[in-house]
Design a protein. Structure first.
Length: 71
């Protein structure tokens, strides 16, 4: 029974993967719309909160909760 379930799952996965073109730049083959038609997104601002202010670098301790801001 487990073998039949595994084979069925693999066949279903292959059917889904075969409907999308893998490894091409044309994402519309899977119905995915591009977010932007432009090539240049400009500068990306990445900061982390150190407990008092937003900074560019922060060394976190083990099990410490870290907040990121990406603009």
């Amino acid at each position: 029974m487990k073998r039949k379930t595994g084979i069925s799952l693999m066949l279903a996965l292959l059917m889904v993967v075969s409907t999308c073109t893998v490894g091409t730049a044309n994402l519309n083959t899977c119905g995915v719309e591009p977010l932007c038609e432009c090539d240049d997104f400009g500068d990306v601002i990445k900061e982390v909160y150190n407990g008092t202010a937003w900074v560019e670098e922060y060394t976190a301790e083990m099990d410490e909760l870290v907040y990121f801001k990406i603009l």
